[in-house]
Ligand binder design. Sequence first.
Ligand code: DGL
Length: 272
Amino acid sequence: MDERERDPRPIGIFDSGVGGLTVLAELARRFPGESFIYLGDTARVPYGAKSARTVERYTLQAASFLLNKGVKAMVAACNTASALGLAALRAAEPHLPVLGVIQPGCRAAVATTRSHRVGVIGTRSTVASGAYPDALALLEPRIRAVALACPLFVPLAEEGWLDHPATRLIVAESLAPLRHEGVDALILGCTHYPLLAPIIAEVMGEGVALVDSASAVADELEQRFIDVILPAPEGRPQRMDYLVTDIPDRFVEMARRILPGLPVHGVEMVDL
Ligand code: DGL
């Protein structure tokens, strides 16, 4: 490829906090030649219980901050921001390639389900937005989506209670309304839920495939590299920058717990 067809700028990825690192890890693994700037809005997390208007404002602020850092594309790793803020972001930045997690997750679910009954779990705000059922219906009108808010999963994941008896109990109680809905695919519609995937899988049983949007987002990003985003010049080492809006120490501690394989150094605190 001609060097003029390459773009050394990083890809921006933002989330309400640390959860989006589950998406970053997958993107960093799939695109080892690309550099990333991760922005976690740790001062204002959680987004999952906030109003549409507030989440939209936060999303626009995070995006404009990353744009000023010179990113060539942006990924909203946060499901709540993807559900409530992405339309405004795309309207504000029509020329910037912007990926959310909802479309890719829905595409993966449509490819997975045989019964056309798909479960979706997410934060209260994501579920209230109806974004997942709407996107599923557009992709495949035969799909019947059942969405359920699981607000207790985020704090459990953040405390590192990934294999705790209390977590098992709370996951079982929370998912009980879904267990008799006949779903054969369950979208993990929140950044933190993949961390609880083993317990969620156990509770839902063998006939239910879990759909984690991280790898679906990576597939979509790959497609965008073919269509609209220029890849980084060859032979450059991958660079990771981490920005947070509060308490970098806690961020590093949680990031290491969440992603033992990902080096997290030089976390910088910023104001949006
Ligand atoms: N990142 C959020 C999401 O994926 C979960 C945490 C929050 O509520 O901010 O919806």
